[in-house]
Ligand binder design. Structure first.
Ligand code: SF4
Length: 491
């Protein structure tokens, strides 16, 4: 594991996607799940007359916050501290993991430290590989979100931001429960109610026993020090209230300036995420209160590539993401290849712009990060769906340029780059273009059959094998125009 993002090191996106495309069950599962969420999102967002204004407000709020991020983070630290919490700053994954492990070890237990924690679903802790870091120290981390539990029991990886087990259907989940859960009833069916009940029974005792809970955060309010988690199952509420110690790991970009700002985000997030008007559970806490919830609260503020991303004026938009996953559900690429092909905890369009930036864009393609900005058709559906109006296609194109620039001079020129270089020379001079057009027309007539050019020899065959190439016309448009409009061309 690196000091930064976990997972990267898988094949680059094209190879991983090619493999995923052979899995027809995966495609069926994804099509059904994303289609259902997509339709619900469209229905409930259309109910609000001011939906577009809300999106504009969210985009403006995020941009303003990012512009003054240092100020808001210092304000947040002061507010949390004043409310009885403790704030820790982590520059990267290794530091964040070290802080959390030490905090867990320092909490209760007969041998001076607890050996298990319950967890609320959190992208930040997945990003840093916290479960693996805890396991290395002999501490068991129990995921309590149903989908995360499925992924954990199956030794699998999440494939969607919001529905991590979206690639699994009910029959597969029943099988995972039957083979991996010790306390599962023998007659377990694949009815959602039965599966949820099995998970509930499996988790209840862990909720009651755990001394430490670890969460992420959807938002943290600078002015009050209030931290928020929104979720659908109530497992979060249990984790956030029952244990003695609560540790929250949060990316620094999750801060919002004031409590009033939540009005905008709490309307946009549930509608964009699950197609619900409001979240079943929105938990907010401000420091600690005697006799009410955890008696100790730690907030770990995680950088892990975020300040480097912030320095990029175009790329920084990615830090405005509220992790709703609407962009995944509308993406034609994601719908066909699923989340694992992106090799990151952040899949889909947002992953294609966030992962390379957090990992360091242009470092080389050995870990797959540089291939992600190319994992898109640039159709723009993600931009239309994004509740905070992140211009994902713009960032994709920007990152592609950075990857190409970084590669230049580092690698042996490819056939494509040589052809592009030659094309630049030809297109730069009208005389050269005219000669090239004449040569192309002559060559096309020599090798063409029935108005088409078949497979080309040598290195060109990779291009011509999959394309229908028409024979160039005997006369170019420019030559025809000069011949038929001599008075306008001055000839
Ligand atoms: S980029 Fe936008 S649409 Fe995608 S997850 Fe983030 S907020 Fe949602």
């Amino acid at each position: 594991m690196s000091d930064g993002l976990v997972w990267l090191g898988t094949p680059a996106f094209p190879q991983a996607a090619r493999k995923a495309l052979t899995d027809t069950q995966l495609r069926r599962n994804l099509r059904k799940a994303t289609g259902t969420i997509r339709d619900k999102r469209l229905r409930v967002s259309a109910e609000l007359d001011d939906w577009e204004q809300l999106r504009d407000s969210a985009a403006a709020l995020k941009l303003r916050t990012l512009r003054h991020l240092d100020r808001y983070l210092e304000q947040l630290e002061a507010s949390v501290t004043a409310a009885g919490g403790t704030v820790h700053w982590a520059a990267d994954a290794a530091e964040a993991n070290r802080i959390v492990v030490e905090l867990v070890k320092a909490t209760g237990g007969p041998d001076g430290g607890t050996r298990e924690v319950v967890k609320v679903k959190s992208m930040a802790t997945q990003e840093i590989g916290l479960n693996e870091a805890l396991a290395a120290e002999g501490i068991a981390a129990y995921e309590t979100d149903l989908a995360e539990l499925i992924v954990q029991l199956a030794d699998d990886r999440p494939s969607h931001i919001l529905v991590p087990a979206i690639h699994r259907n009910r029959a597969e989940i029943r099988e995972i429960f039957r083979t991996r859960m010790a306390d599962v009833p023998a007659e377990l069916t694949d009815e959602p109610r039965a599966l949820a009940e099995a998970a509930r029974l499996h988790l209840r005792e862990k909720f009651l026993r755990a001394k430490v809970a670890i969460s992420g955060a959807n938002f943290a309010v600078a002015e009050t020090g209030t931290v928020l988690v929104v979720e659908s199952e109530g497992n979060g509420r249990m984790c956030l209230t029952l244990p003695e110690t609560l540790i929250t790991v949060m990316g620094v970009e999750k801060v919002v300036p004031s409590f009033a700002d939540l009005e905008v985000f709490l309307q946009l997030l549930p509608r964009s995420a699950t197609g619900e008007r409001m979240n079943p559970y929105t938990s907010a806490w401000t420091g600690v209160h005697e006799g009410d919830g955890p008696s100790t609260f730690h907030l770990v503020l995680l950088d892990n590539g975020r300040t480097a991303t912030l320095a990029d004026q175009v790329g920084r938009q990615a830090l405005g993401c509220i992790r709703c996953s609407a962009c995944l559900n509308v993406c034609p690429v994601y719908e066909r290849v699923g989340g694992h092909a992106y090799g990151s905890v952040y899949p889909g369009p947002i992953g294609a712009i966030l992962t390379p930036q957090l990992a360091g864009v242009g470092r080389g393609s050995e870990d797959g990060a540089d291939s992600l900005p190319f994992a898109s058709t640039l159709c723009g559906a993600c931009y239309d769906a994004c509740p905070v109006k992140i211009n994902i296609p713009e960032v994709l194109v920007h990152l592609r340029a950075k990857v190409v620039d970084a590669k230049r001079g580092r690698t042996v020129p490819t056939m494509e780059s040589l052809v592009m270089r030659a094309a630049t020379q030809v297109l730069a001079a009208p005389g050269r273009l005219s000669m090239a057009q004449k040569a192309g027309a002559l060559g096309g007539r020599l090798v063409g059959r029935g108005g088409r050019i078949g497979p080309l020899p040598g290195p060109f065959h990779a291009w011509s094998d999959t394309r229908d190439l028409p024979v160039p016309p005997a006369e170019s448009f420019r030559a025809w125009w000069q011949r038929t409009h001599p008075e306008e061309t001055g000839r």
